[in-house]
Design a binder for this molecule. Sequence first.
Ligand code: DP6
Length: 364
Amino acid sequence: MGSVTMTEKDFTSKPYKTLPEHGIITWEAPSNIALVKYWGKKTNQIPENPSLSFTLSRCKTITTLSYSIKEDNSGFAFEVFLDGEKKDSFKPKIETFFKRIEPYLPFLKAYTFKIETTNTFPHSSGIASSASGMSALALCLLSIEKMIHPEMTADFFTKKASFLARLGSGSACRSVEGSLIVWGKTKTIKDSTDLFGTKYPYKVHDNFNNYQDTILLVDKGEKQVSSTLGHKLMHNHPFAKTRFKQAHENLEKLKGILENGDLNQFIEVMESEALTLHAMMMTGFPYFILMKPNTLEIINKIWKYRQDTGLPVGFTLDAGANVHVLYPEEHTKPVLKFIKNELVAYCQNEQYICDQIGLGANQL
Ligand code: DP6
Protein backbone atom coordinates (compact mmCIF):
# COMPACT_ATOMS: atom_id res chain seq x y z
CA MET A 1 0.00 0.00 0.00
CA GLY A 2 1.60 3.32 -1.01
CA SER A 3 1.47 5.85 1.81
CA VAL A 4 0.22 8.55 -0.56
CA THR A 5 -3.12 6.83 -0.80
CA MET A 6 -3.43 5.96 2.90
CA THR A 7 -5.89 7.68 5.23
CA GLU A 8 -6.72 7.44 8.94
CA LYS A 9 -9.29 4.78 8.09
CA ASP A 10 -6.60 2.36 6.97
CA PHE A 11 -5.42 2.17 10.59
CA THR A 12 -8.69 1.11 12.21
CA SER A 13 -8.53 -2.43 13.59
CA LYS A 14 -10.23 -5.37 12.04
CA PRO A 15 -12.77 -7.06 14.32
CA TYR A 16 -11.48 -9.70 16.72
CA LYS A 17 -13.16 -12.47 18.72
CA THR A 18 -10.75 -13.32 21.49
CA LEU A 19 -7.97 -11.42 23.21
CA PRO A 20 -4.81 -12.76 24.82
CA GLU A 21 -5.41 -13.01 28.60
CA HIS A 22 -2.15 -11.49 29.71
CA GLY A 23 1.42 -11.01 28.61
CA ILE A 24 4.50 -8.85 28.63
CA ILE A 25 6.24 -6.97 25.78
CA THR A 26 9.41 -4.88 25.69
CA TRP A 27 10.54 -2.40 23.04
CA GLU A 28 13.40 0.06 22.91
CA ALA A 29 12.97 3.16 20.79
CA PRO A 30 15.54 5.87 20.04
CA SER A 31 15.34 9.61 20.28
CA ASN A 32 15.72 11.68 17.10
CA ILE A 33 17.08 15.08 16.16
CA ALA A 34 15.29 17.17 13.56
CA LEU A 35 17.25 18.89 10.79
CA VAL A 36 14.09 20.56 9.45
CA LYS A 37 11.91 21.35 12.45
CA TYR A 38 8.31 20.51 13.22
CA TRP A 39 6.93 23.61 14.94
CA GLY A 40 3.22 24.26 14.61
CA LYS A 41 0.40 21.75 14.28
CA LYS A 42 -3.23 21.46 13.27
CA THR A 43 -5.80 19.34 15.11
CA ASN A 44 -5.14 15.61 15.49
CA GLN A 45 -1.40 16.02 15.58
CA ILE A 46 -1.19 16.99 11.92
CA PRO A 47 1.97 19.06 11.35
CA GLU A 48 1.82 22.51 9.75
CA ASN A 49 5.01 21.72 7.84
CA PRO A 50 7.15 18.74 6.88
CA SER A 51 10.16 17.80 9.01
CA LEU A 52 13.23 15.62 8.53
CA SER A 53 15.29 13.98 11.27
CA PHE A 54 18.24 11.76 12.03
CA THR A 55 17.28 8.85 14.25
CA LEU A 56 19.74 8.56 17.13
CA SER A 57 21.41 5.41 18.35
CA ARG A 58 22.34 5.58 22.03
CA CYS A 59 19.67 7.89 23.46
CA LYS A 60 16.79 5.48 23.91
CA THR A 61 13.74 4.67 25.99
CA ILE A 62 13.16 1.05 26.97
CA THR A 63 9.56 0.26 27.84
CA THR A 64 8.07 -2.95 29.18
CA LEU A 65 4.31 -3.28 28.94
CA SER A 66 2.52 -5.89 31.05
CA TYR A 67 -1.16 -6.43 30.29
CA SER A 68 -3.91 -8.53 31.81
CA ILE A 69 -7.60 -8.73 30.99
CA LYS A 70 -9.81 -6.86 33.44
CA GLU A 71 -13.42 -7.42 34.46
CA ASP A 72 -15.07 -4.34 33.03
CA ASN A 73 -14.50 -2.22 29.93
CA SER A 74 -15.41 1.06 31.57
CA GLY A 75 -12.19 3.07 31.32
CA PHE A 76 -8.43 3.02 30.83
CA ALA A 77 -6.51 1.30 33.61
CA PHE A 78 -2.75 1.75 33.79
CA GLU A 79 0.15 2.49 36.09
CA VAL A 80 3.42 4.07 34.96
CA PHE A 81 6.86 3.55 36.46
CA LEU A 82 10.10 5.34 35.61
CA ASP A 83 13.19 3.44 36.78
CA GLY A 84 11.02 1.38 39.11
CA GLU A 85 9.34 4.39 40.71
CA LYS A 86 5.67 5.16 40.25
CA LYS A 87 5.31 8.24 38.07
CA ASP A 88 1.79 9.66 38.29
CA SER A 89 2.93 12.87 36.61
CA PHE A 90 3.22 10.90 33.33
CA LYS A 91 -0.39 9.75 33.53
CA PRO A 92 -2.27 12.69 31.97
CA LYS A 93 -0.17 12.61 28.78
CA ILE A 94 -0.65 8.83 28.50
CA GLU A 95 -4.38 9.13 29.21
CA THR A 96 -4.64 11.65 26.34
CA PHE A 97 -2.61 9.31 24.16
CA PHE A 98 -4.93 6.36 24.98
CA LYS A 99 -8.00 8.46 24.15
CA ARG A 100 -6.52 9.45 20.80
CA ILE A 101 -5.48 5.93 19.81
CA GLU A 102 -8.49 3.99 21.09
CA PRO A 103 -10.30 4.17 17.72
CA TYR A 104 -7.28 2.35 16.24
CA LEU A 105 -6.67 -0.09 19.13
CA PRO A 106 -10.17 -0.88 20.40
CA PHE A 107 -8.97 -3.37 23.01
CA LEU A 108 -7.32 -0.73 25.22
CA LYS A 109 -10.14 -0.63 27.78
CA ALA A 110 -10.17 -4.42 28.08
CA TYR A 111 -6.82 -4.49 29.89
CA THR A 112 -5.01 -3.33 32.98
CA PHE A 113 -1.56 -2.17 31.92
CA LYS A 114 1.67 -1.73 33.78
CA ILE A 115 4.08 0.52 31.87
CA GLU A 116 7.68 0.32 33.08
CA THR A 117 10.05 2.67 31.39
CA THR A 118 13.67 3.71 31.59
CA ASN A 119 15.87 6.04 29.55
CA THR A 120 19.51 5.54 28.62
CA PHE A 121 20.13 9.26 28.94
CA PRO A 122 20.34 11.01 32.31
CA HIS A 123 17.18 11.95 34.20
CA SER A 124 15.61 15.25 33.21
CA SER A 125 18.57 16.02 30.98
CA GLY A 126 16.33 18.28 28.93
CA ILE A 127 16.55 15.72 26.15
CA ALA A 128 13.12 15.11 24.73
CA SER A 129 12.07 11.73 26.04
CA SER A 130 8.57 12.10 24.63
CA ALA A 131 9.72 11.04 21.14
CA SER A 132 11.46 7.84 22.26
CA GLY A 133 8.93 7.24 25.04
CA MET A 134 5.79 7.53 22.94
CA SER A 135 7.38 5.50 20.16
CA ALA A 136 8.30 2.65 22.53
CA LEU A 137 4.82 2.65 24.09
CA ALA A 138 3.08 2.70 20.70
CA LEU A 139 5.20 -0.25 19.58
CA CYS A 140 4.34 -2.24 22.74
CA LEU A 141 0.62 -1.59 22.33
CA LEU A 142 0.63 -2.41 18.64
CA SER A 143 2.41 -5.69 19.43
CA ILE A 144 -0.79 -6.77 21.19
CA GLU A 145 -2.76 -6.15 18.02
CA LYS A 146 -0.14 -8.05 16.06
CA MET A 147 -0.82 -11.05 18.32
CA ILE A 148 -4.53 -10.76 17.63
CA HIS A 149 -3.89 -10.34 13.89
CA PRO A 150 -0.66 -12.23 13.14
CA GLU A 151 -1.21 -11.70 9.43
CA MET A 152 -0.32 -8.00 9.82
CA THR A 153 2.66 -7.29 7.52
CA ALA A 154 5.92 -5.85 8.84
CA ASP A 155 5.47 -2.83 6.58
CA PHE A 156 1.99 -2.09 7.91
CA PHE A 157 3.18 -2.66 11.48
CA THR A 158 5.90 -0.02 11.07
CA LYS A 159 3.51 2.49 9.50
CA LYS A 160 0.84 1.97 12.12
CA ALA A 161 3.39 2.16 14.97
CA SER A 162 4.55 5.53 13.64
CA PHE A 163 0.94 6.63 13.11
CA LEU A 164 0.06 5.79 16.73
CA ALA A 165 3.28 7.32 18.10
CA ARG A 166 2.41 10.57 16.31
CA LEU A 167 -0.81 10.73 18.27
CA GLY A 168 1.25 10.62 21.48
CA SER A 169 3.86 13.16 20.42
CA GLY A 170 4.39 14.44 16.90
CA SER A 171 8.14 13.92 16.78
CA ALA A 172 7.69 10.35 18.13
CA CYS A 173 6.51 9.22 14.70
CA ARG A 174 10.10 9.80 13.53
CA SER A 175 11.47 7.45 16.24
CA VAL A 176 10.29 4.10 14.91
CA GLU A 177 12.71 3.60 12.02
CA GLY A 178 16.15 4.88 11.05
CA SER A 179 18.08 6.59 9.92
CA LEU A 180 16.71 9.60 8.08
CA ILE A 181 12.96 10.08 8.49
CA VAL A 182 10.49 12.45 6.83
CA TRP A 183 7.18 13.37 8.37
CA GLY A 184 4.68 15.70 6.72
CA LYS A 185 3.48 15.88 3.18
CA THR A 186 5.74 17.77 0.80
CA LYS A 187 5.88 17.60 -2.96
CA THR A 188 9.63 16.99 -3.26
CA ILE A 189 9.53 13.74 -1.27
CA LYS A 190 7.56 10.89 -2.70
CA ASP A 191 5.18 9.05 -0.38
CA SER A 192 5.62 11.71 2.33
CA THR A 193 2.52 11.97 4.49
CA ASP A 194 1.18 13.89 7.49
CA LEU A 195 0.00 10.65 9.08
CA PHE A 196 3.31 8.95 9.90
CA GLY A 197 7.06 9.06 9.38
CA THR A 198 8.61 7.44 6.32
CA LYS A 199 12.18 6.57 5.47
CA TYR A 200 13.89 9.23 3.38
CA PRO A 201 13.69 7.56 -0.04
CA TYR A 202 16.55 9.13 -2.01
CA LYS A 203 20.29 8.76 -2.35
CA VAL A 204 22.34 9.89 0.66
CA HIS A 205 26.04 10.68 0.25
CA ASP A 206 28.62 8.66 2.21
CA ASN A 207 29.61 11.84 4.09
CA PHE A 208 26.52 11.26 6.22
CA ASN A 209 27.31 7.65 7.16
CA ASN A 210 27.46 7.30 10.95
CA TYR A 211 27.06 11.06 11.29
CA GLN A 212 27.93 12.06 14.84
CA ASP A 213 25.75 13.98 17.30
CA THR A 214 27.37 15.05 20.55
CA ILE A 215 24.69 16.49 22.80
CA LEU A 216 25.90 19.20 25.17
CA LEU A 217 23.70 19.37 28.25
CA VAL A 218 23.57 23.08 28.92
CA ASP A 219 20.54 23.17 31.14
CA LYS A 220 18.84 20.21 32.66
CA GLY A 221 16.04 22.13 34.37
CA GLU A 222 12.36 21.94 33.50
CA LYS A 223 11.57 23.96 30.40
CA GLN A 224 9.48 27.07 31.10
CA VAL A 225 7.38 26.46 27.99
CA SER A 226 6.45 22.97 26.78
CA SER A 227 6.67 22.03 23.11
CA THR A 228 2.94 21.45 23.09
CA LEU A 229 2.31 25.06 24.12
CA GLY A 230 5.02 26.25 21.72
CA HIS A 231 3.23 24.59 18.82
CA LYS A 232 -0.01 26.35 19.80
CA LEU A 233 1.69 29.73 19.70
CA MET A 234 2.29 29.21 15.98
CA HIS A 235 -1.45 29.80 15.50
CA ASN A 236 -1.78 33.50 14.66
CA HIS A 237 2.00 33.86 14.71
CA PRO A 238 2.95 36.85 12.54
CA PHE A 239 5.56 34.83 10.59
CA ALA A 240 3.81 31.44 10.53
CA LYS A 241 2.95 31.35 6.85
CA THR A 242 6.46 32.25 5.74
CA ARG A 243 7.98 29.80 8.18
CA PHE A 244 5.83 26.87 7.01
CA LYS A 245 6.71 27.65 3.40
CA GLN A 246 10.40 27.88 4.30
CA ALA A 247 10.35 24.37 5.82
CA HIS A 248 9.23 22.94 2.45
CA GLU A 249 12.00 24.90 0.72
CA ASN A 250 14.65 23.76 3.19
CA LEU A 251 13.62 20.15 2.68
CA GLU A 252 13.95 20.60 -1.03
CA LYS A 253 17.40 22.16 -0.56
CA LEU A 254 18.45 19.32 1.73
CA LYS A 255 17.42 16.77 -0.85
CA GLY A 256 20.11 18.09 -3.18
CA ILE A 257 22.65 18.47 -0.35
CA LEU A 258 22.09 14.95 0.97
CA GLU A 259 22.79 13.65 -2.50
CA ASN A 260 25.88 15.73 -3.30
CA GLY A 261 27.35 15.61 0.23
CA ASP A 262 28.09 19.36 0.45
CA LEU A 263 28.67 19.69 4.19
CA ASN A 264 28.94 23.47 4.23
CA GLN A 265 25.52 23.81 2.67
CA PHE A 266 24.22 21.11 4.99
CA ILE A 267 25.39 23.06 8.03
CA GLU A 268 23.88 26.26 6.64
CA VAL A 269 20.40 24.75 6.34
CA MET A 270 20.62 22.90 9.67
CA GLU A 271 21.80 25.90 11.70
CA SER A 272 19.32 28.21 10.02
CA GLU A 273 16.51 25.80 10.92
CA ALA A 274 17.64 25.74 14.56
CA LEU A 275 17.86 29.50 14.84
CA THR A 276 14.55 29.96 13.02
CA LEU A 277 12.85 27.61 15.50
CA HIS A 278 14.07 29.78 18.36
CA ALA A 279 13.27 32.95 16.45
CA MET A 280 9.66 31.74 16.22
CA MET A 281 9.61 31.43 20.02
CA MET A 282 11.00 34.94 20.41
CA THR A 283 8.65 36.56 17.91
CA GLY A 284 5.32 35.04 18.96
CA PHE A 285 2.84 36.17 21.63
CA PRO A 286 3.53 35.49 24.38
CA TYR A 287 7.22 35.42 23.45
CA PHE A 288 9.77 33.32 25.26
CA ILE A 289 13.43 32.30 25.14
CA LEU A 290 14.64 28.75 25.74
CA MET A 291 18.31 29.34 24.93
CA LYS A 292 20.64 30.12 27.84
CA PRO A 293 23.74 32.32 27.81
CA ASN A 294 25.87 29.17 27.53
CA THR A 295 23.91 28.06 24.46
CA LEU A 296 25.12 31.24 22.73
CA GLU A 297 28.67 30.86 24.05
CA ILE A 298 28.78 27.37 22.53
CA ILE A 299 27.35 28.52 19.19
CA ASN A 300 29.97 31.26 18.93
CA LYS A 301 32.77 28.82 19.81
CA ILE A 302 31.56 26.40 17.14
CA TRP A 303 31.53 29.17 14.53
CA LYS A 304 35.04 30.25 15.48
CA TYR A 305 36.34 26.66 15.44
CA ARG A 306 34.82 26.10 12.02
CA GLN A 307 36.41 29.25 10.70
CA ASP A 308 39.83 28.46 12.21
CA THR A 309 40.01 24.80 11.19
CA GLY A 310 37.70 24.54 8.18
CA LEU A 311 36.22 21.40 9.71
CA PRO A 312 32.54 20.83 8.94
CA VAL A 313 31.12 21.07 12.46
CA GLY A 314 27.65 22.50 12.91
CA PHE A 315 24.93 22.66 15.52
CA THR A 316 21.23 22.27 15.90
CA LEU A 317 18.88 22.89 18.82
CA ASP A 318 15.58 21.43 19.83
CA ALA A 319 13.06 23.17 22.04
CA GLY A 320 15.53 23.79 24.87
CA ALA A 321 18.96 25.10 25.78
CA ASN A 322 21.00 22.00 24.91
CA VAL A 323 23.19 22.06 21.82
CA HIS A 324 23.52 19.14 19.40
CA VAL A 325 26.94 19.26 17.73
CA LEU A 326 26.84 17.41 14.41
CA TYR A 327 29.84 16.30 12.34
CA PRO A 328 31.03 13.51 10.05
CA GLU A 329 32.51 10.42 11.67
CA GLU A 330 35.94 10.96 10.10
CA HIS A 331 36.44 14.15 12.12
CA THR A 332 35.49 12.61 15.47
CA LYS A 333 38.95 12.83 17.01
CA PRO A 334 39.70 16.55 16.63
CA VAL A 335 36.09 17.55 17.23
CA LEU A 336 35.85 15.62 20.49
CA LYS A 337 39.11 17.23 21.57
CA PHE A 338 37.62 20.64 20.80
CA ILE A 339 34.44 19.76 22.69
CA LYS A 340 36.39 18.63 25.74
CA ASN A 341 38.78 21.56 25.70
CA GLU A 342 36.41 24.37 24.86
CA LEU A 343 32.73 23.45 25.14
CA VAL A 344 32.33 21.16 28.12
CA ALA A 345 32.95 24.08 30.47
CA TYR A 346 29.58 25.51 29.35
CA CYS A 347 27.68 22.30 30.15
CA GLN A 348 25.86 21.69 33.40
CA ASN A 349 28.12 19.44 35.50
CA GLU A 350 30.29 19.13 32.36
CA GLN A 351 27.79 16.61 30.99
CA TYR A 352 27.52 15.62 27.35
CA ILE A 353 26.39 12.54 25.42
CA CYS A 354 28.15 11.11 22.38
CA ASP A 355 25.58 9.75 19.99
CA GLN A 356 25.30 9.05 16.28
CA ILE A 357 22.78 8.16 13.62
CA GLY A 358 20.88 4.97 14.40
CA LEU A 359 18.66 2.40 12.79
CA GLY A 360 15.43 2.62 14.76
CA ALA A 361 13.43 0.72 17.37
CA ASN A 362 13.85 -2.93 18.41
CA GLN A 363 11.72 -5.44 20.21
CA LEU A 364 13.69 -6.98 23.07
C1 DP6 B 1 11.38 21.45 18.53
O1 DP6 B 1 6.91 16.35 19.16
O2 DP6 B 1 7.59 17.30 21.37
O3 DP6 B 1 11.69 19.12 18.85
O4 DP6 B 1 3.58 16.86 19.21
O5 DP6 B 1 3.23 18.47 21.08
O6 DP6 B 1 4.35 16.26 21.52
P1 DP6 B 1 4.10 17.39 20.53
O7 DP6 B 1 5.48 18.11 20.26
P2 DP6 B 1 6.94 17.52 20.07
O8 DP6 B 1 7.66 18.74 19.32
C2 DP6 B 1 8.98 18.66 18.93
C3 DP6 B 1 9.46 19.95 18.44
C4 DP6 B 1 10.94 20.06 18.13
C5 DP6 B 1 11.20 19.93 16.62
C6 DP6 B 1 11.18 18.56 16.03
O9 DP6 B 1 11.52 17.57 16.70
O10 DP6 B 1 10.87 18.48 14.82
